[in-house]
Ligand binder design. Structure first.
Ligand code: PGA
Length: 232
């Protein structure tokens, strides 16, 4: 396990940040919290050195008349190091061109993008085509590392997860598609799994061949789960 991400979505509060801050973290594993962006200033004032900071999204432009949006340069100003791009809860309103520009904007501000990909239930028989289209935006990626989170839409927040053998095959496919679109060395490609991770399936799913880490949603809102998952 190289990386564990906790995506709070539109949840959490200062109390949860305080609870996260007090956890002792394993060495050699990148533990990243993704709180709502309104909490980033508070987080900066109390965060323990072990945690890395991520944002849930950034706009494709660095500034401008985009009411309610947050740019990568603003996030970098608040010590954010990682940003999710293309989470399925936003992908439909953003689209591939916007996401490609968000990656460029993140990279030019010094943030590491984490591209989220995954098929809807109705797309399961075309999963290869869906992933190929979603991953194609990596062709202009300049970061030293490519980080991709595979989150099948039908697994997010539903309690459903893929079988271990399905996951292994999808991760092999994703790795070969990344190598089609980029020229990174294999050790510079990190693949995460996300979708209904819980204490009861975490070890099993995360020990699948080819998986480097986790993107946890709902389970990360309970500090006991976070403590358990970061024990690794
Ligand atoms: P979930 O969400 O763990 O609640 O399914 C994962 C995600 O959307 O990143």
């Amino acid at each position: 396990m190289k990386m564990i991400c906790f995506n709070w979505k539109m949840n959490g509060n200062k109390k949860l940040i305080n609870e996260y801050s007090k956890l002792s973290l394993p060495s050699g594993v990148r533990c990243i919290m993704f709180p709502p962006s309104v909490y980033l200033s508070y987080l900066n004032s109390c965060i323990d050195a072990g945690w890395l900071i991520g944002a849930q999204a950034c706009h494709a432009s660095n500034s401008g008349a985009f009411t309610g949006s947050v740019s990568a340069t603003m996030l970098a100003d608040l010590n954010v190091q990682y940003v999710l791009v293309g989470h399925s809860e936003r992908r439909d309103i953003e689209g591939n061109d916007f996401l490609r520009s968000s990656i460029e904007s993140a990279e030019s501000s010094g943030l590491q993008p984490i591209l989220c990909v995954g098929e809807a239930l109705s797309e399961r028989q075309f999963v290869d085509e869906v992933l190929e289209k979603q991953l194609s935006i990596l062709s202009s990626c300049k970061s030293g590392e490519i980080i991709v989170a595979y989150e099948p839409r039908w697994a997010i927040g539903t309690g459903l997860t893929p079988e271990v053998n399905e996951l292994r095959d999808v991760f092999l496919k994703i790795r070969s598609l990344i190598l089609k679109f980029t020229t990174r060395q294999p050790d510079k490609i990190l693949l995460l799994y996300g979708g209904s991770l819980s204490n009861s399936n975490f070890d099993k799913l995360l020990s699948t061949d080819g998986i480097d880490g986790a993107l946890v949603g709902g389970a990360g809102l309970n500090i006991d789960n976070v403590r358990e998952m970061t024990k690794c």
